[in-house]
Each structure stands twice: as structure tokens, then as C-alpha cells.
Design a protein around this ligand. Structure first.
Ligand code: SME
Length: 178
């Protein structure tokens, strides 16, 4: 039988159900694939039943930053034909990026994930932080249109690979976009 959460009223099959109770992320060590295997169900849990885009982007940024310790993890959202800074974790960042500019603007223009092993070799890279050495940007797509991007920066060269691409793309697909 389904139970109502004692705090917020959401339903679940659990016996004692406090879905909005504060919960710590379980941080593990291991291969990237193992880490994503542990993290993805936890991200699903964080997003479950929550329709608010900003709340969900904030928690996804925090979960990725906490588990991987990357320099910068966050979102830019398309507003009036520009990318505007959204929820993020890390140092302060550029607030607006035009289509086609930098790694984020290129991922938006091409509607595809970009992996940049060395940001200094990417023509037009926008250096929000001088500490960034490599980067991955994944577009958020709704009805065939890019509505934002997930941007991740690392302090070391060549930190992102196909495992990150497939898993981060999977994580992005979990976010409900109304
Ligand atoms: N480096 C990005 C700009 C955003 S920051 O890294 C947070 C780019 O070239 O688009």
C-alpha cells in the first residue's frame, strides 16, 4: 500500500516515508563507470517528483560537484537568444554567452556534446576561470531545441571521455523539462 510522506504529502510504497528529509549523497571511490553507477540512482531520487527546473539543476550541479570535485559544474539556460548563467557550483562565472561563442555556445549551436581535452587549443574558448584546463559541455534539448547546456570544467588536462559523455547525457535526460 502506498504511504503519504509525513512531511510533504508525496506518495511511496515505503513503510516509513519521509521523502523530503535531508539526505546525504553517498560518495564512492572507484572507476568512473562505478561512480556514475552509484550516482545516477541517487540523482534520480533527488529529481523524483520535483518539477521545478531551477531546483533540479541546482541539485544536479551539487551532486556532480560533490562526487567528482570538478572545478566548476553548472548550467546555462537559453534566454532571448543568449546563454544566461543558471544554477552552478564553483567559482564565479561569465553570465552571458552568445550562440557559437566558446565551448558552451558551440555545443548550443551544434546541439551536440563537446569534449575539450585542452581548453587552450579550442578556438574562442571563454576562460571564466584561469584554472580550467579541460571541459565538457552537454546540451539540454527539448522538442529538438536546445534550451540550455550543462558545462563542466576540470583543473587537469584531458579529464573527460566517452564515459562522461554517455553518463552525463543520461543524467541530463533525467531532468524533467516542462
Ligand atoms: N569555458 C566556457 C565558458 C563557461 S565557464 O567555463 C563556466 C566556454 O568556453 O563556453
Amino acid at each position: 500500500m502506498k504511504k503519504l510522506c509525513a512531511l510533504c504529502g508525496k506518495t511511496s510504497a515505503a513503510l516509513l516515508y519521509l521523502c523530503c528529509m535531508a539526505e546525504d549523497l553517498t560518495i564512492i571511490t572507484g572507476s568512473k563507470a562505478e561512480i556514475y553507477r552509484s550516482l545516477i540512482p541517487q540523482i534520480k531520487g533527488l529529481l523524483d517528483g520535483e518539477p521545478d527546473l531551477i531546483a533540479n539543476l541546482a541539485n544536479v550541479s551539487a551532486a556532480l560537484k560533490e562526487q567528482f570535485g570538478w572545478l566548476w559544474v553548472g548550467f546555462y539556460l537559453v534566454k532571448n537568444d543568449e546563454l544566461v548563467l543558471g544554477p552552478f557550483q564553483g567559482p564565479v562565472a561569465c553570465t552571458r554567452i552568445k550562440k557559437g561563442r566558446g565551448v558552451c555556445g558551440a555545443a548550443w549551436q551544434n546541439a551536440e556534446t563537446l569534449i575539450v581535452p585542452d581548453v587552450e587549443k579550442f578556438p574562442g574558448h571563454i576562460a571564466c576561470s584561469s584554472l580550467s584546463r579541460s571541459e565538457i559541455v552537454i546540451p539540454l534539448i527539448k522538442n529538438g531545441e536546445v534550451i540550455g547546456v550543462l558545462d563542466v570544467d576540470a583543473t587537469e588536462l584531458d579529464q573527460f571521455d566517452e564515459t562522461d559523455r554517455t553518463n552525463l547525457e543520461q543524467i541530463i535526460l533525467l531532468i524533467p523539462i516542462s
